[in-house]
Design a protein around this ligand. Structure first.
Ligand SMILES: N[C@@H](CCC[C@H](N)C(=O)O)C(=O)O
Length: 285
């Protein structure tokens, strides 16, 4: 089975073209292939599938085999993958996910029509979801903004946002000093979150610039999270810390997020990079 390793801001996944390949047990395959010592190594796997209502369907599985509704960094890479492999000639395309259809605009690196290299992708990420039962987070409030949560005897304030997948955003003074290996799993598995949670830790540089670290549901600390960057900007506006246009600086690179409050739509722009391709032995699949 052929695969391609791709990354967006260092958030790396193994991509499989399921218009050509058959994956029988994606959860099991995600665990095997994501292993950085005994597998290919990655934050999970992404399957590119046909769709009857959009140009393609994206399925994604975290490194622990759990299926996620959406992935911001992966969807940019899917756009690059399908265009560069002539699976579409559209530079504006639609990709269906478990979180609904997302619309992509590809930015080509070259100046000629023959040069199909995609460097950046802008994604219309749709509307943020704030209703607690839709995120889901257990709360009687209409929205969860700066609610207290106790982790290891320390009180943090969370603002919860779904971008199709669930996020809790925590603003802190210094992201570098946090021990995410220690506190990340305690947020992820806290009783407040019936389907677990992705947690973003945010340091504000100014109203248009934040530094983010993330503990991802099912994958642990990753170098970047696209949906998390979007959720963080929405949370920052709800908490009146940020403006609509924000550069999100992550360990693996930067994303430009624009939360258009007049339309309630979040846009994400960032890089998509192919790392290598390879073939997996059938006995593994
Ligand atoms: N890295 C992703 C999000 C991947 C899924 C997430 N771990 C979840 O379980 O919701 C991104 O770039 O958005």
């Amino acid at each position: 089975m052929q695969f391609t390793k791709m990354q967006g801001c260092g958030n790396d996944y193994i991509y499989i073209n399921c218009l050509k390949e058959e994956v029988k047990n994606p959860s099991e395959l995600a665990v095997k292939l994501s292993d950085r010592h005994f597998g290919i190594g990655g934050d999970g796997i992404v399957l590119i599938e046909p769709s009857d209502r959009a140009d393609f369907f994206m399925s994604m599985y975290n490194a622990d085999g759990s299926r996620a509704e959406m992935c911001g960094n992966a969807i940019r890479c899917v756009g690059k993958y399908v265009y560069e492999r002539h699976m579409t000639d559209k530079t504006k395309l639609s990709i269906d996910t478990l979180a609904g259809i997302k619309f992509l605009e590809l930015k080509l690196a070259g100046n000629t029509d023959d040069d199909r290299q995609v460097s950046y992708v802008t994604v219309n990420m749709g509307n943020p979801i704030l209703e607690p039962e839709m995120i889901p987070v257990l709360s009687k409030k209409d929205v969860v903004i700066q609610e207290e949560i106790m982790i290891d005897h320390i009180t943090y304030q969370i603002t919860c946002v779904s971008m199709g997948n669930p996020h809790a955003v925590v603003f802190v003074d210094d992201v570098k000093s946090l021990n995410l290996e220690e506190i990340g799993p305690k947020f992820e598995h806290h009783d407040l979150f019936p389907r677990r949670i992705n947690t973003e830790f945010i340091q504000v540089v100014d109203k248009n610039h934040i530094i983010m670290r993330v503990w991802e549901r099912g994958s642990g600390e990753t170098l970047a999270c696209g949906t998390g960057a979007c959720a963080s900007v929405v949370a920052g506006l709800l908490e009146k810390r940020l403006e609509e246009h924000v550069t999100v600086e992550l360990i693996g690179g930067s994303l430009e997020i624009f939360y258009d409050q007049t339309t309630n739509i979040v846009y994400m722009t960032g890089p998509a990079v192919e790392v290598f391709t390879g073939v997996i032995d059938e006995s593994i699949c």
